[in-house]
Design a protein around this ligand. Structure first.
Ligand code: NAG
Ligand code: NAG
Ligand code: NAG
Ligand code: NAG
Ligand code: NAG
Ligand code: NAG
Ligand code: NAG
Length: 434
């Protein structure tokens, strides 16, 4: 309900009270007319935006979540109403905290990205130098009508020590390739045809390559960008009998990487968010167990996690281990769905000190009521940092949540819900368009 509709309803109530002045037995007609007029004035103030109903809704929302979960979708419409009115935290769109509603997500990004241009002062100087002269474009098409037929050949054409942005434009179709971009090849962008998204597919498994080297695409260099690309590992779903059946679709081990509108498809260990600072926006990630794992420090925005776990699944296995490891995964304005019910945990404490936060994320019935798993290490109950902030949907905070799940305050959440979390102002540029 927007403020105009609320105001209209309040106005109608006021008018009703005024008109019933001589019909009701409770107070004198004059008092009744006065009350009616006051209600109408209140309505006008709401309409003009002097009084916001959001605070009322917000405080109701704030602490009563345990009562809301009832194991089906019934709460989502209430959540939706709450979603539209929001906390004071997010009303300042020029601050670094995330915006209140999905529709303002875009404008918030636009606003933040507007300052993300080469002329801003604090930008990483290596990056400025690489971008300044304009990019070098290499085209890949399967039909041989461009520079190369395979992505591998295009990557091989980039010299070691590359210091300039190189865009590999990739036409549609399926590319059966296993690719590694080593650390000497910085500033590489994969840009898929937006109208015909290319899929890079391979079926390496841990049994054949070791887990981290099973990746279809592994990026070890800094300043990598991918736009409109599907990274797929097509190895079969682990059946619990074959050893080393886990299979990575993409591994990102370089610092300062960004992914826009990409898809990551696999089962166990789909996305190895290995190390460095990363940004994911408008992506789709499919998996079963630990489908986002590693020791990276990443912000996921407007990204869908789709669980296909049959019995047990875990979205994250964040691998923070030491107290001074500056890593963690933060999900803001994301969406968790999948096939099945009650199968999937938000995180599994694979290592000692994982740090994972879900904020303003929709959680479907796929999420197990307990929410988080200590991976049968009770001592990790004290060392994990597993936070939730204003999430919605039947899988969001329930009475069955484990004790070590944290419900974050506005103040605590602020830290995570911002580009500053990944030091974005130092390196993040808007997605390129060609
Ligand atoms: C919004 O936040 C910015 C930076 O934090 C601050 O300078 C500005 O005064 C704020 N604007 C309002 C309307 O609160
Ligand atoms: C680039 O960033 C600077 C500094 O933040 C800002 O003043 C300027 O308006 C931006 N330019 C564009 C074209 O967005
Ligand atoms: C990967 O695909 C190849 C070719 O289709 C096949 O021969 C091989 O057995 C597959 N490996 C796995 C682990 O699925
Ligand atoms: C979220 O991402 C999807 C693509 O997965 C895109 O279609 C949609 O416009 C995005 N929503 C917002 C609010 O940016
Ligand atoms: C979440 O993602 C699923 C699958 O892509 C989609 O059908 C659904 O509409 C999304 N829900 C929300 C709340 O964005
Ligand atoms: C999940 O539960 C819903 C109703 O709560 C049901 O319609 C659906 O079939 C269930 N899905 C599975 C895979 O059990
Ligand atoms: C969900 O699964 C857990 C076991 O993982 C079980 O204890 C719990 O009762 C289940 N909840 C529902 C609502 O089925």
């Amino acid at each position: 309900m927007n403020q105009h509709v609320s105001a209209l309803l309040i106005g109608l109530v006021g008018a009703g009270i005024t008109l019933s002045a001589s019909l009701q037995p409770f107070v004198s007609p004059t008092q009744c007319v006065t009350i009616g007029l006051l209600v109408i004035i209140f309505g006008l103030l709401v309409k003009e935006g002097f009084i916001s109903l959001s605070l009322l809704v917000y405080s109701k929302d704030g602490r009563s979540r345990n009562l809301r979960w009832n194991g089906n979708g019934a709460t989502s419409s209430i959540e939706c109403g709450v979603f539209l009115h929001d906390s004071p935290l997010s009303t300042n769109s020029s601050s670094s905290s995330s915006p209140s509603v999905a529709s303002t997500l875009r404008s918030w990004i636009a606003l933040n990205m507007k300052e993300s241009n080469l002329s801003r002062g604090n930008l990483d100087q290596l990056l400025v130098a690489a971008e300044e002269g304009g990019e070098k474009m290499i085209k890949v098409k399967k039909d041989g009508s461009a520079d190369f037929k395979t992505v591998t050949d295009a990557v091989n054409s980039i010299p070691s020590g590359n210091a300039r942005r190189v865009v590999i434009w990739i036409g549609g179709g399926e590319f059966w390739e296993k690719i590694t971009i080593d650390r000497t090849k910085k500033f590489v962008t994969f840009y898929g045809d937006p109208y015909n998204m290319p899929r890079i597919v391979y079926n390496g498994t841990a049994a054949d390559y070791g887990t981290v080297n099973s990746a279809t695409v592994a990026v070890e260099s800094d300043y990598f960008v991918a736009v409109n690309v599907a990274f797929v590992n097509s190895a079969p779903i682990p059946d619990g009998r074959r050893c080393g059946a886990q299979a990575v679709a993409m591994r990102i081990s370089g610092d300062k990487a960004a992914f826009y509108n990409c898809r990551f498809i696999g089962y166990q260990d789909t996305l190895c968010d290995d190390k460095g600072r990363h940004f994911f926006q408008d992506c789709y990630i499919q998996g079963t167990v630990d489908f986002i794992f590693g020791n990276g420090k990443s912000l996921y925005l407007n990204t869908t996690m789709y669980s296909v776990a049959k019995k047990f699944g875990a979205i994250t296995a964040q691998a923070r281990e030491k107290v001074n490891d500056d890593s963690g995964f933060t999900f803001v304005f994301c969406n968790i769905t999948g096939i099945g019910n009650n199968t999937t945990y938000l995180g599994r404490a694979w290592k000692e000190r994982p740090r994972v936060v879900f904020a303003r994320t929709y959680m479907g019935t796929i999420i197990n009521g307990e929410g988080w798993s200590n991976d049968r290490h009770p001592d990790r109950d004290r060392t994990v940092y597993y936070g939730e902030y204003k999430c919605s949907g039947p899988g969001s905070v329930s009475s069955a949540r484990v004790k070590f799940a944290r419900i974050l305050s506005d103040e605590e959440a602020k830290l995570f819900m911002s580009m500053t979390y990944i030091h974005g102002s130092n390196w993040l540029l808007p997605p390129p368009k060609f």
